[in-house]
Design a protein around this ligand. Structure first.
Ligand SMILES: Nc1ncnc2c1ncn2[C@@H]1O[C@H](COP(=O)(O)OP(=O)(O)OP(=O)(O)O)[C@@H](O)[C@H]1O
Length: 342
C-alpha cells in the first residue's frame, strides 16, 4: 500500500448547501522520501488539494490514507504526529524568536508552549541546523528576510517530526536565489530524512529539476502524474500550459515567449551550436526576425573573431556586439527609418 493514498477524492467548497466541485475522482499516491511537486494554472485547485490533504477543509467523497490510517478519521492530535503543513499565510504570525517558533513544532508532544524535554531540545536543534538557521536562534522572526523566515516555518514543520510535510507555495514572495534554495532544501530534506514532502508551486522550471514526481493539475481535468522528464517528452507540459503567447521548449526545459516574427533575415553561423549563435538567434527573435534561407539582409556570425557582419546588396557592416548588430540590421532593413527602436 502506498504511504499516502488519495482514492477517488472530490475536493471543493460548499456555500448555501451547494457544493462547488473543484476536482473530482482524484487518485494519487506518494511514497516515503519522495518530493512531490504540484503545479497547475491559477485557480485549478492546488491550495484546495493541499488543504484537503491536511484536513483543513472537508473532502466530498473518497478517502485519504497516510501509512494506512484514514486521515479524516484521526483526531487532530494524532494527525499532528503524522502530517505538518506550511501555509503561505503563516508569514504573518506573532512576534517570536526563531527558536521559539521552531519549538512550537513540538506542540503535539508537549502541549501549548509546554516544557521541552532533552529530546525536544535535540529535535529543535536538528531542525535549526538542517534549515541553516544556526546563529539565528535569538533573532525575532520579523527581523528576518522572507527567505530566512520561510526556512523558520520549514524548521517548525521539521521539529513537528512527522513523516509527511506539505507546503502551499513555499517559494512565493521569494527572489530567484531564495526560490532555488528553498526547493533544494526541500529536496535534501526528502532525501536525507526520508520524509514525504508535497509542495505546490508556480516555480515550474526549477521545480522540475528537483521533483521526484510532478502532479500536474488541470482546471477541472484532474491530475496527471509522472517524473518530470517523461512529462516533458510525452507532451503533458504542452497540454496543460499551452498558451498562444508562449510555448514549452522541450530542448531547454523552459517556457519561451511566442513572438510575432514578421521580418526575415538569413544567417550564416560558424558554430551553429555555440552560445553566441544561440543568443544571437534569441535576440533576432526578440526583435521579430524569422531566419529564412534567402532574405536580402544577411548576418554572418563569427564566434572565432566574435564579430557580427551584416550584408545587403553591396553594403557590408562589421559589428562587435549583438546590440550593434541589431542596430545595423535595423538600419539596412528599414533605411528610411534609422531611428526605429532596438
Ligand atoms: N474559500 C473558498 N470558497 C469558495 N471557493 C474557493 C475558496 N477558495 C478558493 N476557491 C475557489 O476554488 C478554486 C481553486 O482555488 P485554489 O486556491 O485551490 O487554486 P490554486 O490552484 O491554488 O490557485 P493559485 O495558483 O492562484 O494559488 C478557485 O476557483 C477559487 O476561486
Amino acid at each position: 500500500m502506498p504511504f499516502l493514498q488519495i482514492s477517488d477524492v472530490t475536493i471543493g467548497y460548499t456555500a448555501k448547501n451547494r457544493l462547488n466541485v473543484i476536482q473530482t475522482g482524484l487518485n494519487l499516491t506518494a511514497e516515503e522520501g519522495e518530493l512531490i511537486v504540484l503545479v497547475g494554472k491559477n485557480g485549478c485547485g492546488k491550495s484546495t488539494l493541499i488543504r484537503s490533504i491536511a484536513c483543513l477543509q472537508p473532502i466530498y467523497g473518497g478517502r485519504i490514507t497516510l501509512n494506512g490510517k484514514n486521515l479524516t478519521e484521526l483526531s487532530p492530535a494524532k494527525r499532528a504526529r503524522l502530517l505538518s503543513i506550511v501555509l503561505t499565510e503563516q508569514q504573518s504570525v506573532a512576534s517570536f524568536t526563531v527558536k521559539e517558533l521552531i519549538s512550537i513544532g513540538r506542540d503535539p508532544y508537549t502541549g501549548w508552549l509546554g516544557k521541552l524535554t532533552d529530546k525536544d531540545i535535540r529535535i529543535v536543534s536538528e531542525a535549526t541546523e538542517l534549515t541553516y538557521l544556526k546563529g539565528f536562534e535569538y533573532r525575532n522572526i520579523h527581523e528576518l528576510s522572507d527567505g530566512e523566515r520561510q526556512r523558520v516555518f520549514i524548521a517548525r514543520a521539521l521539529a513537528q517530526d512527522t513523516p509527511m510535510i506539505i507546503l502551499d507555495e513555499p517559494t512565493s514572495h521569494l527572489d530567484l536565489p531564495n526560490r532555488i534554495n528553498i526547493l533544494l532544501l526541500l529536496q535534501k530534506l526528502a532525501r536525507d530524512t526520508g520524509k514525504t514532502i508535497i509542495i505546490s508551486t508556480h516555480e515550474l522550471e526549477t521545480a522540475m529539476q528537483v521533483a521526484d514526481k510532478l502532479w500536474i493539475m488541470e482546471n477541472r481535468g484532474g491530475v496527471t502524474v509522472g517524473i518530470p522528464e517523461d512529462m516533458v517528452l510525452n507532451g503533458s507540459f504542452d497540454k496543460v500550459f499551452h498558451h498562444h503567447n508562449y510555448e514549452f521548449d522541450k530542448e531547454y526545459g523552459s517556457f519561451v515567449v511566442q513572438k510575432q516574427l514578421d521580418k526575415k533575415i538569413t544567417t550564416f553561423v560558424d558554430k551553429p551550436d555555440g552560445l553566441i549563435a544561440r543568443w544571437t538567434t534569441k535576440a533576432l527573435s526578440r526583435k521579430g526576425y524569422r531566419i529564412v534561407e534567402d532574405a536580402p539582409v544577411r548576418l554572418y556570425v563569427d564566434e572565432g573573431s566574435r564579430t557580427w557582419t551584416i550584408r545587403k546588396d553591396n553594403q557590408s557592416l562589421v559589428t562587435y556586439s549583438i546590440e550593434d548588430a541589431l542596430r545595423g540590421i535595423n538600419e539596412l532593413y528599414q533605411p528610411s527609418n534609422s531611428s526605429a527602436n532596438l
